[in-house]
Design a protein around this ligand. Structure first.
Ligand code: 0PR
Length: 379
């Protein structure tokens, strides 16, 4: 560290230079991220609550109220009654906490999840000293229910089901998984991405996936993905709050007697941002955002199909993957045209996430560039 403070002007320049080296959602060319530009009101809310710390809730009664209210809104959205829960930094923390709770409540050591589950489940298993039993997916890249039935043992603490897989946006058969898990094991639903998409899709097309299913014990959803809030903002909801007792530790010098969160000092700006986004948009606002993303996804998929490029599966959400022959080549060609896309491994494909910062015009231009790149490199 230098001895004397750097003048604000110079420092500001340093910060601006760093920011200029970043990619920005506002440029409308990122199709490789599950995050997006937060709503302006969410940004404002974020800056207003920068010093609040829900690790010590007695000092931040207002923030605490916002958190409780946010959880109440989400419980209502997800058809849960009297749920326990709190804001977490992301679905990684949410998954770790849910599995920690499952381990300590059941005193068992196995987690069962499909290969298509997010890698944060591997982190959780490693940290918690649990064994991750990876089971196959079905033809549509969803957890294979028969494989689950075979894999469950008396040592199964929890099953992780995904509502919106990272690579394809697929939804595991949560109804059937719930039936299998009921009174047998914890069922944790990872709705990091799908949590703010599924409730706003055409109801007739979406099978049940939330607390309507009796076997669902806990669920995580990220407000910093399709929730339009700032990073970090995610929520862990638990059907029976008493299960938190299994992971509670005394927090003697704080304003709360026990702490059940993995984190001590807790970012609270994201709490205010999530609250602001939800209050500002309402169901109607999210419905419009999701409809726009789905329309733009369809636009890209339709154009690709016209050119003979079939997606891996028919997208359920605003994620599409194309198993083109030269995946990295097409990715590089698109990057040269200013687009950022990612790739998936199961199966190998070019992966496109059509977030709210992608306009219809950008989607159409992207689709043309995708088709051109595939033509050049061979589909
Ligand atoms: N579960 C699922 C289904 C996810 O898709 C993700 C993140 C997580 C859990 C973990 O969530 P947190 O990262 O919030 O803890 N999926 C993205 C991924 O790993 C996260 C991401 C977002 C990555 C934006 C890059 C990016 O630019 O791909």
């Amino acid at each position: 560290m230098q001895e004397r403070g750097v003048p604000a002007k110079k420092l500001w320049r340093e910060l601006r230079e760093a920011s200029e080296d970043d990619l920005h959602f506002r440029d409308g060319r990122i199709l490789g991220s599950m995050c997006t530009e937060p709503l302006p009101i969410a940004r404002l809310a974020h800056t207003m609550f920068l010093e609040a710390n829900l690790g010590n809730p007695g000092y931040y009664k207002g923030t605490w109220r916002l958190e409780r209210e946010t959880l109440r809104i989400l419980a209502d959205l997800l058809h849960g009654k009297n749920l326990g829960g709190f804001t977490v930094s992301g679905a990684t923390e949410g998954n770790i906490t849910a599995l920690w709770m499952a381990r300590n409540t059941t005193r068992r050591k196995e987690i069962v999840a499909a290969k298509t589950a997010h890698f944060s489940v591997q982190k959780a298993a490693d940290l918690l000293g649990m064994r991750l039993v990876e089971i196959p997916h079905d033809d549509e890249y969803r957890l294979d229910i028969d494989a689950l039935r075979k894999a469950m043992t008396r040592d199964t603490a929890a099953v992780v089901a995904v509502a919106g897989t990272t690579e394809l946006g697929q939804v595991d058969p949560i109804d059937a998984i719930g039936e299998t898990c009921l009174d047998q094991a914890f069922l944790h639903v990872d709705a990091a991405f799908g949590g703010f998409v599924l409730p706003f899709l055409d109801k007739a097309k979406v099978p049940r996936w939330d607390f309507r299913i009796p076997g669902v014990s806990s669920l995580v959803l990220d407000a910093h993905k399709m929730g339009m809030a700032t990073i970090p903002a995610s929520h862990l909801l638990v059907r029976e709050a008493k299960h938190f007792e299994g992971i509670a530790v005394e927090s003697p010098y704080l304003t709360s007697v026990y702490q059940t969160s993995l984190l001590g000092t807790r970012n609270s700006a994201g709490v205010a941002a999530a609250y602001a986004a939800m209050r500002s948009l309402g169901r109607d606002g999210y419905r419009k955002i999701v409809a726009k993303c789905m329309k733009n996804t369809a636009l890209i998929v339709d154009r690709a199909r016209e050119a003979g490029i079939e997606p891996v599966v028919e997208p359920v959400m605003n994620i599409a993957a194309f198993p083109v022959r030269d995946i990295e080549g097409v990715q590089r060609a698109l990057e040269k045209r200013g687009w950022r896309v990612s790739t998936s491994r199961t199966p190998p494909a070019l992966r496109v996430v059509v977030m709210p910062h992608i306009s219809a015009k950008a989607a159409a231009a992207f689709a043309e560039d995708l088709v051109a790149a595939c033509r050049k490199l061979g589909t």
